[in-house]
Design a protein around this ligand. Sequence first.
Ligand code: HC1
Ligand code: SF4
Length: 578
Amino acid sequence: KINIRINDQELTVPEGITILEAAHQAGVKIPTLCHLDLHDFQLYNKTASCRVCMVELVDARNNRNKLVPSCVTTAQEGMFVRTDTIRAITARRMAVELLLSNHPNECFTCPKNLECELQALAEELNIREIRWEGERMDYPKDMSSDAIVKDANKCIYCRRCETACNEVQTCGILSGIGRGFNAFVGPFANIPMVESSCTYCGQCVQVCPTAALTEAYHVDKVWEAINDPDKHVIVQTAPAIRVTLGELFGMEPGTIVTGKMVTALKRLGFDKVFDTDFGADLTIIEEASELIYRLKNNKRLPILTNCCPAWVKFIEHQFPELIDVPSTCKSPHIMLGTIAKTYYAEKEGLDPDNIVVVSVMPCIAKKAEAKRPELTKDNHNNVDIVITTRELGAMIKEAGIEFDQLPDSEFDSPLGETTGASVIFGTAGGVIEAALRTASEWLTGKPLDKIEFEELRGMEGVRRATVKIGDMELNIGIASGLGNARHILEDIRDGKADYHAIEIMACPGGCIAGGGQPYHHGNDEIIKKRREAIYEEDRRKSVRKSHENKEIWELYKTYLGEPFGEKAHELLHTHFEE
Ligand code: HC1
Ligand code: SF4
């Protein structure tokens, strides 16, 4: 422990702590911009590039105070820090003014309007004029992918995206390009995003403080479909949306808004509101069958649960030799889209060509996934449009719906009945737990003593556990964040691990922290509350195992035939690029 003084407070703080952390502990706010510290997700941006967190170190002996960036300056015994001097305040303000001097003045129309951390800082630091006019960048927007838009002109060179991509995700796509006023962060040689090995995980988008990186915006396409009288427009919502959407309307993180969300979707004019959780239950029936098939027939193990389109690209680009590891199941929203355009269309006498399936996802990669050529049937995509949680929030606001005042409603049938198993897909570890709830009962023929697999739960980036099923022991690996996934995949490739089944989620923490979720602005407490809400929603469900979903068995009985059978393969399974 060491003793320091911050403004008028004498403090005892742990050794090694930064001035910024010490000030935080003392309840003194120092503004930051480039800084990120998501301890639970090993995401630390310590580039000290923005200089917004400058503080003054008082050096009474030499009468020469120093300005230092508090985010990277370690507190020392006897240090006297002033965060509130005119000199410190002026320095911070100047740092922001310089950033603004070559930043586009388009806040009104910017996708980050009122969500932009630079804008918020300008307000917080009371900046009323920009004294200098810097040179502007004039790069065209990169809209080459269906998922991410890169607007280099709005890059403030904080390097948060680079840290998320290169250190956390280990994808290595982003780095500094250019010098001086023309510097920005982008893929090497500024190639279009679509030509890079980007997985579209969207973690760079989630941490970008401005609108240099945002999702491709597809709201207008949805309005167009809703307003076309010839189209039957189906919307489905991912498991992780129901615990985050409320944040966009000022609700506490972790508020469960399932019923309000369904009412809002009905008021927006969708013809049917289905639940991706139904697709998740269906996925479990197929995936648990596939696991048992592989176990009993000495086929390739481990099996990797399907779900996350960003790891699909990660494996295709970086571990092509492991392409036989993933389950061949389509992801839940793609399964639901397929069933909507076949089983449901037949049942309702609808022409699949006139059905538009819209998925509301916490994820940016789902936008690119929906465009994959193999995820089509008879020349139409299984899913037509993907929007993020944030885009749905924008639609609800645009329609003038007072979200917090809404009554609850239920999802539509027949693709709306769901279980607790499907809800937990939304958090890391949930997919494998859901699969094991079913596989265990099928393998032993007995009901589970305990539904919750505590050994599969936790915030670690990599979790390993052995689960006992009857007289069998299954080694399970769970990784969230692609850097963590890399460890597990390398062990499998190098023959150092003997997993039977693994789960990978590209986003640290799983879909609750997806690239399309409300911005967490570097606060990992928000992600923890979302996670608790997911488990709470599971506990609230009367049915908590996918194989006890009655609508699922109706679907098999009347349409699909046997789980993992011929028709199920044709409709619910896919293949990957080698
Ligand atoms: Fe996910 Fe999934 S859980 S991928 O994490 O398998 O996006 O929420 O919708 O499809 O169900 C995301 C979440 C989501 C799919 C499901
Ligand atoms: Fe990197 Fe993911 Fe961003 Fe692509 S989407 S640049 S992989 S962080």
